[in-house]
Each structure stands twice: as C-alpha cells, then as structure tokens.
Design a binder for this molecule. Structure first.
Ligand SMILES: [Fe+2]
Ligand SMILES: [Fe+2]
Length: 180
C-alpha cells in the first residue's frame, strides 16, 4: 500500500514537471516547422526533435532546481539544434556541421520566433568549446553541459527512455491539439 502511494506521488510530480515544462514552450512546440525536426536524425536512431526535447526538459529541470530562468532555458534548448537538415549527408552543412550549425539554428529560430538574449546565447554557444567564445549566461552554461550529457547518454543508448517517450508523446499531442 505504501509503495503504491509512493509510486503514484512520484508519477504525479513527473506529470506536474512535464506540464510546467510544456507550458513554457507555447508557440514553439506546436509550430509546424519545429515538428519537422522529427525528419532529421541526430544520433543513432534519435531524431533532432527527441534530442531537443530531452535536452530542453533536462535543462528546464536543472534550471528550476538552480533557481535560474528555466523558461528561457527550455525555449533556447528546444531550438539549440534547429538547423533543419540531415547533417549526415555530405554537402548539407555550411562547412563543418559541428562548427556551423549553431549559427544556422540561430538564423532559423530568429526567422520563426522572438528570442530573448538568454535564448540567443543558448543556441549560439551550445557547442562550446567548438564555438570559441564560451557561454557566459548561467542558463547557457547549463544547456551547454546538459546537451553534452544527453548526447553521451543517447550515444550509449542510456538515455532516460521514460522522459524521452513522454516528452515526445506530449509534444505530438500538443501539436495535434493546436492544429485541429
Ligand atoms: Fe548542437
Ligand atoms: Fe544538441
């Protein structure tokens, strides 16, 4: 009985966290161009959409715990790999993908969304140290570290499957609701 109660309340907290996370992404998560990130593979079988949701949710929670601007962290992280091409195909990127995609993602993000200074820095600096100038804003430092952590976990197939599955499912539901 005790175990059931504990499990239920842990699930409740998770869904409260997810609901707060998605409320910060209004206008982004239901945008048709953001959803096209599903068409591009980031690592292995992980799409850019799944990767971005994983990084964005993890950054959002880290920034909430650190009492930073979790909303900007979530929105910036959701767009940090918004480059919109298959980087595995030679010739698709402008020069070396690792170096150039933050700039491309930033251009795309600015085309569709209004970004604040934190969100812009998250997108432009997330590949540090490949981008020579380091992130200075605390939320951008968090996303830069979380992106690397999530990438390593995804590459080793050790990503948090529950978070990845739930965030993707909720993103698709939100998008369906918005476009009905
Ligand atoms: Fe990236
Ligand atoms: Fe990334």
């Amino acid at each position: 009985m005790k175990n059931i109660k504990k499990r239920t309340s842990t699930e409740d907290v998770l869904f409260q966290n997810l609901n707060r996370f998605f409320s910060t992404l209004d206008g982004i998560i239901d945008h048709e161009v953001v959803l096209t990130m599903q068409n591009y593979i980031q690592h292995g079988k992980i799409t850019c959409l799944s990767h971005s949701l994983y990084v964005a949710y993890s950054s959002f929670r880290a920034c909430e715990i650190l009492r930073l601007d979790a909303k900007s962290a979530a929105r910036g992280a959701m767009l940090h790999d918004f480059f919109l091409y298959d980087w595995h195909v030679p010739g698709n990127s402008e020069g070396l993908h690792g170096f150039s995609h933050p700039r491309v993602a930033h251009q795309n993000a600015k085309k569709y969304f209004e970004l604040n200074a934190i969100e812009e820095e998250i997108i432009l600096k997330h590949m540090f140290p490949l981008t020579l100038s380091p992130p200075r804003k605390r939320e951008a430092i968090v996303v830069t570290l979380v992106d690397k952590w999530c990438t390593v976990r995804e590459t080793l197939h050790l990503e948090n499957r529950k978070i990845c599955d739930l965030t993707l499912k909720m993103a698709l539901i939100k998008s369906d609701e918005a476009n009905d």
